[in-house]
Design a protein. Structure first.
Length: 438
């Protein structure tokens, strides 16, 4: 079994991921109150991690060697680098710190972000096929030292490819399966597993453990993750692992896939705040305009203008203005319709995003006061009845048009646009949950 890496264009992929992360961030900010605080914190942490990783580009592939005490991570690190990691003038790093080897450029900014101290960095020139690979040797995940475990927990999500180094005697340890491998499966984080120390086993015994480990990985949800038997001490199988790393470096898609996996995990977290298959629709804006224009007296004003044109009355009465209570009724109907089939929390978010009734009433009244209403010539005499009716119809139409335009000018920025933004935020978050379901 072998890992395969899809060849993706790094520039295009980075741009697409930048766009998706930015969209997720803005959507979460707009709709933050609809998301549980714990979920919101996790997703914002994911966004921050993705932003940092994308800012550094996807031209490097961060490969982390992770495992428990005695698994032989450091020996494998040395076997893969062809060194004993003897940095001139500096003692060999202890297993309580992260060590790194880079092929090609030094990847300083990336290693600064990961938190690898300068003395723990090893720059290598050979093997151009590994150019861009950053190999990390992590502390033991099962260390009795809590700070070592904290380092592992912090760095593992930063890795583009996880290589889990297992020991034949501890490969079934629940600590690594429940705390790390199952989580890697949930997040879709690119991973592979190596069974080290096979030189200590008979061939049949080694393959029996490989098969059993493959079974355990399937239970963790990692059905497609290969198990590679090797011996860091003798070099058996190391070339095969190197070939996998070369493949990852050549495709240059693992970093992008790691960011995508982070987004998938965020989508799974967000799914609890969304209603599956719900598609929020904007209510009819013209219906709201008509209702509020009527409540503001525009229809009565139009009828009065027509009456003046017909000669039935002498003057058009002044508008009394719209009352807050009337606005609130229509406003609540709008919010209800705009959040139909959405979780209750989204009703609250839209309700808070849309301007309050008192402000809407004040702005509508101000807009109507600023309208230059048409001058209505008063009809008289019995002749020209058809002309009078034409003028009356035109007068009523003009008043309605100007009045509704004034109401619409208030509703567009204070009701319609905030609702559209929340709907778009919902769709963006739902898109992420769909990505997680793919």
């Amino acid at each position: 079994m072998s890992l395969s890496f899809q060849d993706l264009g790094p520039t295009d992929e980075t741009t697409a991921l930048h766009t998706r992360v930015a969209r997720l961030k803005s959507s979460l900010e707009w709709a933050s109150e609809a998301i549980e605080p714990s979920v919101r914190e996790d997703v914002m942490a994911t966004i921050g991690r993705c932003e940092h990783r994308l800012a550094l580009g996807v031209d490097h592939t961060v490969v982390a060697l992770a495992g428990g005490t005695g698994s032989g991570k450091s020996s494998l690190f040395n076997a893969l680098t062809g060194t004993q990691f003897a940095v001139p003038g500096v003692a060999r790093p202890t297993t309580s710190e992260v060590s790194a080897a880079t092929w090609g450029d030094s990847a300083s900014a990336l290693l600064d972000w990961i938190g690898v101290e300068a003395p723990r960095r090893l720059g290598l020139i050979g093997n151009p096929k590994l150019r861009g690979v950053v190999l990390l040797d992590l502390p033991d995940h099962d260390s009795v030292n809590a700070s070592n475990r904290a380092i592992v927990d912090r760095v593992v999500p930063m890795a583009d490819l996880l290589v889990w180094v297992m020991d034949p005697q501890k490969y079934a340890d629940n600590a690594v399966h429940s705390a790390y491998l199952s989580v890697a499966s949930d997040h879709g984080q690119p991973s592979l597993v190596v069974l080290n120390h096979v030189d200590r086993l008979e061939t049949d015994a080694a393959w029996e453990i490989v098969r059993d480990l493959q079974r355990l990985l399937a239970e963790d949800g990692l059905d497609d993750v290969p198990v590679m038997p090797l011996s860091a001490r003798t070099g058996q199988g190391v070339d095969t692992l190197l070939a996998e790393l070369e493949g990852a470096a050549e495709a240059r898609s693992v970093a992008a896939e790691a960011v995508r996996a982070d987004l998938v995990a965020a989508g799974r977290s967000l799914s609890r705040a969304l209603a599956r298959d719900a598609d929020p629709q904007l209510p009819d804006i013209e219906e709201l305009v008509s209702a509020l224009a009527t409540a503001a007296g525009i229809e009565a004003l139009a009828d009065a203008s027509a009456a003046v044109a017909l000669g039935r009355t002498k003057a058009v009465p002044a508008l009394l203005g719209i009352r807050t209570e009337a606005v609130e009724r229509e406003r609540l109907d709008w919010v209800d319709e705009a959040t139909h089939e959405l979780p209750v929390a989204w009703h609250r978010v839209v309700n808070e995003a849309v301007a309050p009734a008192a402000l809407l009433a004040e702005e509508i009244n101000a807009a109507l006061e600023a309208v230059e209403w048409p001058t209505i010539p008063r009809g008289s005499g019995v002749k020209g009845a058809l002309t009078k009716h034409t003028r009356a119809s035109a007068a009523a139409k003009s008043v309605r048009s100007k009045g509704r335009a004034a109401v619409r000018s208030v509703l567009q920025p204070l009701v319609v646009e905030p609702t559209e933004l929340i709907h778009q935020a919902y769709r963006n978050l739902d898109e992420l949950t769909e990505l997680a379901r793919d």
